[in-house]
Design a protein. Sequence first.
Length: 139
Amino acid sequence: MKKKFEENWPPVAKAWMDRVNYDWETAQAMHKSSRYLYVVFMCQQAIEKTLKAILAFQNKEIKPIHNLSKLAELANILQEFDKETHVFIDRLSHYYLNARYKETIDTLSQAIGKTEAKEYLAKTEKVIIWLTQKMTPLQ
């Protein structure tokens, strides 16, 4: 999924996208090592950082929040998400928050197997590609 960064992107947006690529590669490594819960966790991280790259591209303040819908709202793109994608990012946010603060790993892992993790990877890749296209300069 590595993409050549646009020359006109601000350095801070490029830095966020470097983190996106790292998290994306980590998600894939977690899938190969059968750590499926962490596939979902890293998918959330990759989309979160893509949204923060968009905020940087827009020259907006990047707040220390992790809710993907809230970040999309701050970037003024939440209304562009179709219902399926909106539900998907909300589910990712749920896993992120619960994995960090609430539920046990065993409880969270029960719903994520190899097939589900592969689906999360596929959907995340589509979302990141779509979001990255939002960082084009106005002509």
